[in-house]
Ligand binder design. Structure first.
Ligand SMILES: *Cc1c(COP(=O)(O)O)cnc(C)c1O
Length: 411
């Protein structure tokens, strides 16, 4: 049942099995943070973990830490920490570089695994970097790019049925609308048409249970600085299904992906397993922050996380109804990520006015007011208050103040 009063919400918070996690985050007081889908909050353990890496591992042990502190193995040990969150085996995930770079590697590898075909199928309205990287990959690989509406099943099926699509790139959860795609069914459909699938998990890793292995995904990439709380610019992850390891050839053939990097031999030979997707040295200090957040994430029951996420998004959808904004997010829970998007042409000013009231969401052009729900540190009462604030901002017209119309750099 969706709580309907603030008292209901307080009672839900008292019974919430995930409530204890809130104390494991450092949150600014007086703020309801609904932007954890863009930059996740800071875990309380992170500053100490980063300081230890800097002061002890680097400062005292210097170069010995590549072995002693496990720096060299971090892409694999951190990958193994992400694996259970995305339904993969530990050796199928590596951490390193950014999502954009990993998309490039995964797309090229997938195209090379399907050499008879030359079409990359993407989705209209995907996050821009996915579109831009696809453009760049297509140019380098001599491939042709096509785009469909991912939520139009007939259009997607039609595009795959053309029989010439080498690889399909989809976001599991749409960054703008929060629509969740059926990974198992779409992957099955793609495979039936001879197409490999690269899934972008930026808005699903840490937001809901993901089952890459049982859904038969071929490749996947994702951020760790959103729902996984690893900090701004934290390294990304890449998943490659074990069945593709031996034949996969990625294009950024640096020494960290070499079979014997310390032979310093003249020729490239790819490492076994997902390690062949690594390229060069990784940001070890940033990796320490990811390590701290993953220690916390290992203790999270993803079933409970999903339950609370849907309850919070339901609550927000219901409680913001009086604002009269159009809902862009699917109303059916099974088609929704951990986000609620509302539409209004003046959404930018509305979000700015809301931030001034201590409720942090964001705006995505052309007209999306976007709110992310991180179940580990949000309380039902917070979400109730945030919804009330939005209703007041819209009804009072306070967003019409000219100071809210001035664009800032990062939105
Ligand atoms: C956030 C996001 C990215 C980010 O890519 P970076 O390389 O980390 O900047 C990529 N794809 C999607 C779908 C995203 O939501």
């Amino acid at each position: 049942m969706t709580p309907t009063t603030r008292d209901d919400c307080l009672r839900r918070d008292e019974k919430d099995p995930l409530a204890g996690f809130r104390d494991e985050f450092l949150l600014p007081s007086g703020t309801v943070y609904l932007d954890g889908n863009s930059l996740g909050a800071l875990p309380a353990a992170t500053p100490g973990r980063v300081a230890r890496t800097v002061e002890q591992e680097w400062g005292e042990r210097l170069i010995a830490s590549w072995n002693e502190a496990g720096w060299w193995e971090k892409p694999r040990t951190l990958g193994a920490g992400i694996a259970p969150l995305v339904g993969a085996a530990p050796h199928e995930v590596v951490v390193g570089d950014g999502t954009s770079a990993n998309l490039f590697k995964a797309l090229v590898a997938a195209l090379r695994l399907n050499p008879e075909r030359h079409v990359v199928l993407g989705e209209r309205g995907n996050f821009p970097t996915d579109l831009y990287i696809t453009e760049g990959v297509s140019e380098i690989m001599g491939a042709v790019e096509r785009r469909v509406h991912a939520d139009n099943r007939a259009a997607l099926a039609g595009a795959l049925a053309a029989g010439d699509v080498a690889v399909l790139l989809l976001s599991h959860v749409d960054y703008s609308t929060g629509a969740l795609r059926d990974m198992a069914e779409i992957t099955r459909l793609a495979h039936a048409n001879g197409t490999l699938v690269v899934w972008d998990l930026c808005h699903s890793a840490g937001a809901l249970p993901v089952e890459l292995a049982s859904d038969r995904a071929d490749f996947a990439v994702g951020c760790t600085y959103k729902y996984l709380n690893a900090g701004p610019g934290a390294p990304a992850f890449l998943f490659a299904a074990e069945r593709h390891h031996a034949a996969s050839r990625q294009p950024l053939t640096g020494w960290h992906g070499h079979a014997r990097p310390f032979d310093f031999s003249a020729g490239y030979a790819p490492a076994e397993g997902a390690s062949r997707f690594l390229s060069g040295s990784q940001p070890v200090v940033a990796a320490a922050a990811l390590e701290a957040s993953l220690e916390l994430w290992q203790r999270v029951d993803l079933g409970l996380l999903r339950e609370k996420s849907l309850a919070l998004t339901d609550l927000f959808i219901e409680a913001t109804r009086p604002a009269g904004l159009r809902l862009a997010t699917p109303r059916e829970p099974e088609r929704r990520g951990s986000q609620v998007s509302l539409r209004h042409p003046d959404g930018y000013a509305m979000v700015r006015a809301l931030i001034e009231r201590g409720v942090v969401g964001d705006f995505r052009a052309p007209d999306i007011l976007r709110f992310g729900f991180a179940p580990l540190y949000l309380r039902y009462a917070d979400v109730f208050d945030a919804a009330q604030a939005l209703v007041e901002v819209v009804r009072s017209g306070e967003w019409r103040d000219p100071r809210f119309a001035v664009a800032t750099g990062v939105t």
